[in-house]
Ligand binder design. Structure first.
Ligand SMILES: *Cc1c(COP(=O)(O)O)cnc(C)c1O
Length: 391
């Protein structure tokens, strides 16, 4: 019988590849179904054994996915949402007017937009800090924020924050820490075990892995934060659809397999590009030339599958390189089996001011690769051909 891991403790605890494939109760036991059905219903008969009432506040497909996510994250609770942005909204809805959130300065663009253009209107204040700077944690004891918001590795520069160190400093000041773990996933790093209160993921990316659904999730071992997440799911209408949960439940089954191939491809591409005459620099967390390699080696069990490079090119030329690729689609998003390429200066960070871009190190020649599952020699061949634009 499929398990969520918890009742296997007398035997050996299942490994992540097993956890990702086996969900618990399918809520259709009399059929022996291997895959759960899609519970496409808005409401449930009162007094049912599963305790369901209305899909905004829970659905079997949510619960199945939540169990798999909690199992893979090795934690007690996961709550699913309609997107990563919904998951962020759910967490911030647990704060109050006047609360201060200290954020890593290099957060995902839509997270920044939410804080600055939405939550600020409701009195949630933010301060932005480079958490890789020496002494950055001192601000926590001094400012006593209501929350710390981190992301690691960051987008697009793949900065690696010392999560254990920041979480320890936050714990000493009694401040909850959120880690957006979308780029790494629980298979590469486990924020809760490094001391975070909440681990947030856009399941749209690696977890689903097939670029055909949006979703978000928050994992935690803290019962009161779990209650807040369950409340936000129903009270704010942040719930996903049963169908998307079903797709993501199907997707996560192959996450360990996909990620293994993507990581191997990314490491090989990074190595190849580091020796390429047209490439000025390569950023990849486990490479010896990564500025935060020691921390990356400690908290990530691999370098992940994102690679960022710098080429000596104007904005137009860098754009042309991206457009000249055959196997990399130029698109936002990441984590799918298909390789994607992003030119932040014209895409994800187009609306960011030149000063901020310069401060964050986002130059016109910066290119971000989400490495997929294709044959690596085809990817290398394709990049070599496209970089020929710069000759
Ligand atoms: C994509 C992404 C999000 C937002 O997720 P959506 O599912 O697109 O709403 C949040 N954080 C990071 C790091 C992301 O890459």
């Amino acid at each position: 019988m499929a398990v969520d891991g918890s009742h296997l403790v007398q035997r050996q605890a299942p490994a992540d590849a097993t956890r990702a494939i086996h969900h618990g109760e399918s809520f259709a036991n009399e059929t022996g179904t291997v895959m759960p059905p899609i519970f496409s219903t808005s409401t449930f008969a009162h007094g049912n054994a599963g305790g369901f009432d209305y899909t905004r506040s829970g659905n079997p497909n949510f619960r199945i996915l939540e169990r798999v996510l909690a199992s893979v994250e090795h934690c007690n609770h996961a709550t699913v949402f309609g997107s990563g942005v919904s998951a962020i909204t759910a967490i911030v809805s647990g704060l109050s007017q006047g609360d201060l959130v200290i954020c890593e300065e290099n957060l995902y663009g839509c997270t920044v937009r939410l804080f600055e253009q939405v939550f600020a209107k409701f009195g949630v204040r933010t301060e932005w800090v480079d958490f890789t700077a020496p002494g950055a944690c001192d601000i926590l004891a001094a400012r006593k924020p209501a929350m710390v918001w981190l992301e690691s590795p960051t987008n697009p520069l793949l900065k690696v924050i010392d999560l254990k160190k920041v979480c320890a400093a936050a714990a000493a000041a009694d401040v909850p820490v959120v880690v957006d773990n979308t780029f790494a996933t629980a298979l590469v790093q486990r924020p809760l075990q490094l001391g975070a209160t909440l681990s947030l993921t856009s399941t749209t990316k690696y977890i689903n892995g097939h670029s055909d659904a949006l979703g978000g999730a928050v994992c935690t071992d803290d019962p009161s934060w779990h209650q807040k997440m369950v409340f936000a799911q129903k009270a704010l209408g942040l719930q996903p659809s049963p169908f998307d949960c079903w797709l993501i439940t199907r997707g996560i089954k192959t996450l360990p397999l996909r990620l293994k191939q993507q990581i191997a491809n990314a490491a090989a591409l990074a190595e190849h590009l580091a020796g390429h005459a047209r490439v000025n620099w390569v950023r990849y967390p486990h490479r010896p030339d990564h500025p935060h390699r020691a921390v990356a080696m400690q908290q990530m069990n691999s370098g992940g599958a994102m690679v960022t490079i710098g080429v000596d090119a104007s904005r137009d030329l860098a754009y042309q390189v991206c457009k000249a690729l055959r196997w990399f689609t130029m698109a936002e998003s990441l984590g799918g089996v298909e390789s994607l390429i992003c030119h932040p200066a014209t895409m994800t960070h187009a609306s960011v001011s030149t000063e901020v871009k310069t401060k964050l190190g986002i130059s016109d020649g910066l290119i971000r690769l989400s490495v997929g599952c294709e044959d690596v020699s085809d990817l290398i061949d394709d990049l070599d051909q496209a970089l020929g634009v710069l000759r």
